[in-house]
Design a protein around this ligand. Structure first.
Ligand SMILES: Cc1cc2nc3c(=O)[nH]c(=O)nc-3n(C[C@H](O)[C@H](O)[C@H](O)COP(=O)(O)OP(=O)(O)OC[C@H]3O[C@@H](n4cnc5c(N)ncnc54)[C@H](O)[C@@H]3O)c2cc1C
Length: 457
């Protein structure tokens, strides 16, 4: 058999780089604390390049790590040898089907580009993960969630069809151009959230919705995060049909303010909820009034601000959107993406404070309160770098133990990747994992695709 590198060089039309010539940015994730190594980096030029690269990898039994925009937070694009297969140049919007309300895209299209395209035509692509530079292929592979999940659901709910290239290079079309599908197993839904372990997604048909007539957000200010979290249940009980309910502590906002040199409104609060409503204008205003009445007059918020002023709204969303980058800029950190039942959010958030005091490790919280998705950042601060891995492990061990006790899971939307694998194995029933491994084997019998990730290996 010819040498792997030689075959790649001769066959692939796109960029092929080997060993130490591979730029470090393609050997890591967004967190950037670990850099992997690979024999080859392949930036494919088209679908045929994906097929040929996989055929070569399959013949040589060489592992492949698939890479979109590399914004994941769980180490899933950190290779441990083998090939990095980058699909970012497959970035065309292929078709808007206005009769069936779908959009067909290549996997490298950025989320931002999808919003710009569909909104200009009066449609909405509903999933709303905060990182708009992520690729849609990465979003599908991680079943990305985001803010509007409360009302509309997550990426998987909007994947109608997709093309998958299997490890042996074969292309299979999954799903159909239909709104209902009870025809066998929903393999396209299974691929969504499989973290690149089942194949390379090379084309996606997404469902669209008509763009809501009007959207309005409000900030609610609280003296404590616990007060804010308790208010979430009141908002649901009042049937206000929120599009998004985000929560964030002032200490996290302060990092965003310092990072961007901008000020967030109502600075005296300890925590905030940002509540978004959408629909027809009249209903949105009625609901916004009910929200204010409920939370200020009968609830726990001490102040509120409707974000009608475009400049203030833009400042608020810019600071909210920059929080992960602000935390990253402040030093070494570990992102956590837990999800607990709605009625356990307050218990979990209280526990975080206890854990932080008990371990003397700073843990800050922000996230999607409307669906129980509590994002945490565990910060190294001035803990000795030698001791940090063990300290972090201990904190995460306790934290995930609590999450599972409360009936939650270790990831809502970021996936398991490499960083959460140990804790996934610790907390998942072996029988459930065996079923996952059976599925993996049916798609990738030699465990070559993202082999060290998630449930695999
Ligand atoms: C500031 C910030 C905010 C974020 N906010 C959110 C949020 O609100 N909600 C959320 O869900 N996530 C969020 N994320 C995480 C991240 O953006 C998502 O996980 C995103 O889906 C990753 O997309 P990507 O293109 O960067 O994929 P990558 O990071 O390149 O890859 C992610 C995974 O998908 C696989 N993959 C990528 N492309 C393909 C493909 N074509 N076929 C098969 N597998 C593939 C990779 O192998 C890997 O396992 C955030 C990240 C940052 C940095």
């Amino acid at each position: 058999m010819r040498e792997l590198k030689e075959e790649l060089k001769d066959t692939v039309k796109g960029l092929v780089v080997f060993d130490n010539d591979i730029e470090q940015q393609y050997l890591t994730d967004f967190v950037g604390s670990r850099i992997g190594y690979a024999q080859a980096y392949v930036r494919v030029a088209d679908e045929e390049d994906i097929q040929n690269t996989l055929k070569i990898a399959y013949a040589h039994k060489t592992p492949v790590v698939i890479r979109g925009a590399g914004t994941n937070l769980v180490g899933s694009t950190i290779p441990e040898g083998g090939i990095v297969l980058d699909v970012s140049l497959l970035n065309k919007i292929l078709e808007l089907d206005e009769e069936n309300l779908t959009l067909t895209v290549e996997p490298g299209v950025k989320l931002r580009e999808i919003y710009e395209f569909v909104e200009a035509k009066g449609y909405m692509y509903a999933p709303d993960p905060a990182e708009k530079e992520a690729s849609i292929g990465g979003n599908v592979a991680t079943n990305a969630g985001g803010m509007r999940a409360v009302k509309y659901g997550v990426t998987r709910d909007f994947v109608q069809e997709l093309d998958l290239i299997k490890i042996n290079g074969e292309k299979v079309h999954l799903g159909a151009n239909t709104r209902k599908n009870a025809t066998g197993l929903s393999l396209h839904k299974l691929v969504a959230g499989s973290e690149g372990t089942l194949g390379v997604i090379s084309k996606i048909v997404l469902k669209l919705l008509p763009k809501p007539e009007f959207t309005l957000s409000s900030i609610l200010a609280f003296h404590s995060l616990a007060d804010g979290i308790k208010t979430v249940n009141q908002i649901f009980a009042a049937n206000l049909d929120p599009t998004a309910i985000e929560f964030v502590e002032k200490k996290v906002i302060a990092l965003g303010e310092q990072f961007l040199h901008q000020e967030f409104p109502i600075p005296e609060a300890a925590a905030y909820l940002i509540v978004t409503l959408d629909g027809d204008k009249k209903t949105v205003y009625e609901r916004q009034k009910s929200l204010e009445d409920l939370t200020i007059n009968h609830g726990l918020a001490f102040a509120s601000l409707s974000l009608e002023d475009k400049e203030v709204a833009s400042k608020v969303w810019t600071i909210r959107g920059a929080l992960a980058r602000a935390v990253k800029a402040s030093g070494i950190w570990e992102p956590v993406d837990t999800v607990v039942p709605l009625n356990k959010i307050a218990d979990f958030v209280e526990y975080i404070d206890v854990l932080s005091q008990e371990t003397s490790v700073r843990i800050i919280a922000f996230g999607h309160a409307g669906d129980g998705n509590v994002h945490l950042c565990v910060l190294k601060d001035d803990i000795d770098i030698e001791k940090w891995p063990e300290v972090l492990r201990e904190v995460l061990h306790k934290l995930y133990k609590k999450v599972y006790e409360l009936g939650g899971l270790l990831s809502a939307e970021h996936g398991i990747g490499k960083s959460k694998r140990e804790f996934f194995l610790e907390n998942t029933c072996p029988l459930e994992r065996d079923l996952m491994l059976g599925v993996k084997k049916a798609f990738d019998e030699f465990n070559l695709l993202n082999p060290h990730d998630g449930y695999a290996l």
